[in-house]
Design a protein around this ligand. Structure first.
Ligand code: P71
Length: 465
């Protein structure tokens, strides 16, 4: 099927070092089985995140040298403004240092305690920023997203019935905005169709509720639309993106994904009234209007990266590479979320480790085991990230227990991916030996970054042999 070689040559290399299994076991213990706490130089292949981990192009590196560091009115700001206007089309925009700053500025401006924000699925920082305002983050993705092996071209879609029902039950006055996340990261990097976005907008318009797009992987989403949605195969990804954003009133963007930069983001919107307020907040929190939380050179790299991420040869390679990894895992008998997403492969840890109950954190146990086996760094998207406690202290478990292999853009070759698939298949062969973990310390919010774990049965614990 679609297999596209790297449409670039490698001009600079960064050595990576493979540790021994013995070294990895002591590193893992020292990090209390939380891979966020492992120094990057002790990682062989880093699939922790596709965010801010891309390789920049020669043009972007040249742009760093040309970045205008003027405090106000930097040339680089105007170039970025031009790119944002061209692609996204919104009337106003403010640069921020990354996506969550845009979220925070937006939500702290428009949300009041008790308000509700529907989304197909909130990502963790988005949810946390809604909840910081004492508002309620509701996930209304279509049910099929929860069946890992069910194949559907647009498994990230918003459930339109649930959306309308929520508005009618809670009242539109309680919903200052609705969000749609493209691609839908938390359910497997699955795309949302243009039809679904248009239909969501129609529902919301009837009740006067604005639609914001959480746009960080919009180029990958638009490539899937071109591949899969009827009527789009002859349109350019840029034109598809323009249509997609034409249905929205604004967007939050982490350019660390489809902006192909290591840092950067923005908030773009049409409302003059909200813009006046967010401008004041930007100056207070991030910096002046023409740099946000960034250096001029970062603005320049972002302006160039936004266009590079829309290059269709690049996107065919990018989406093809993630698919390549997925196919190798499926061939090895591993259950992954199907079809493969845009930025990552998600292993279904419940079916990989059926003998570990959800309370014993199967996805986190698998994350630890993959590090031990081959120096891979992956992330847990399951109970550690999304588990909640009810009023009585009982844990509410998320539907899915996943291990995410997020593939950085333009960083690894397919040889690296072959190695990764081999490591995972080896662990799969001896999966019965793997034991669960238990949390020994955690923070009240976003606990996955800092929680500490220990193996349930120390003697039989992973890697002790
Ligand atoms: C990802 C990240 C970055 C991350 C976050 C938490 C733990 C580890 C890594 C960030 C997103 C995202 C979506 C859909 C907003 C943000 C925030 N994702 N929306 O997937 O996926 O952007 O990081 O620039 O603040 O690894 P930000």
């Amino acid at each position: 099927m679609l297999h596209f070689p790297e449409p670039f040559k490698i001009k600079m290399v960064e050595p990576i070092r493979k540790t021994s299994k013995g070294e990895r076991l002591s590193i893992l213990k020292k990090a209390s089985y939380n891979l966020f706490l492992i120094p990057a130089e002790d990682i062989f292949i880093d699939f922790l995140s596709d965010s801010g981990t891309s390789a920049m192009s020669d043009s972007q590196w040249a742009g760093l040298m040309q970045g205008d560091e003027s405090y106000a009115g930097s040339k680089s700001f105007y170039r970025l403004e031009q790119a944002v206007r061209d692609i996204f089309g919104f009337r106003h925009f403010i640069p921020t240092h990354q996506g969550r700053a845009a979220e925070h500025i937006l939500f702290s401006t428009v949300l009041r305690p008790g308000d509700i924000v529907p989304n197909n699925t909130h990502f963790d920082t988005t949810r946390a920023n809604v909840e910081l305002q004492d508002a309620i983050a509701l996930d209304l993705v279509e049910e099929k997203a929860f069946k890992p092996e069910y194949i559907h071209p647009f498994k990230g879609n918003m459930d339109l019935e649930k959306l309308e029902k929520t508005i009618q039950e809670k009242g539109p006055e309680k919903i200052p905005l609705c969000m749609i996340t493209v691609t839908n990261n938390s359910v497997g990097g699955q795309p949302v169709s243009i039809k679904n976005i248009r239909a969501s907008k129609e529902v919301l318009s009837r009740y006067g509720i604005p639609l914001f797009v959480d746009a960080c992987r919009y180029a990958e989403n638009c490539f899937f639309i071109k591949e899969r949605e009827q009527g789009y195969k002859d349109k350019s990804v840029l034109d598809i993106a323009k249509e997609l954003f034409s249905y929205a009133d604004g967007a939050t963007m982490s350019a660390k994904k489809d902006g192909l930069v290591n840092i950067g983001g923005f908030l773009a919107l049409n409302s003059d009234e909200i813009f006046e307020k967010v401008k004041q907040k930007l100056i207070l929190i991030e910096g002046f209007l023409t740099y946000g939380g960034l250096a001029g050179r970062d603005l320049e790299a972002m302006a160039r990266g936004l266009y590079e991420a829309l290059d269709e040869d690049y996107l065919a390679h990018r989406i093809g590479q993630v698919r390549y990894l997925g196919e190798r895992l499926i061939r090895g008998g591993v259950t992954i979320i199907q079809p493969p997403g845009g930025h990552a492969i998600f292993i279904d840890a419940k079916s990989f480790l059926p003998h570990i109950p959800q309370k014993d954190l199967p996805a986190q146990a698998l994350v630890a085991e993959l590090y031990l086996e081959g120096g891979l760094r992956t992330s847990e998207i399951g109970t550690v990230m999304f588990g909640k406690k009810d009023a009585t202290g009982a844990v509410i478990y998320p539907e899915l227990e996943l291990v995410r292999l997020a593939v950085p853009r333009r960083v690894y070759t397919n040889n690296h991916l072959d190695y990764v698939a081999q490591v995972i298949r080896q662990v799969y062969e001896r999966r019965e030996e793997i034991r669960g973990l238990r949390i020994i310390s955690e923070s009240p919010t976003l606990r996955h970054f800092t929680a500490r774990f220990e193996p349930l049965e120390a003697a039989a614990a992973a890697g002790n042999k």
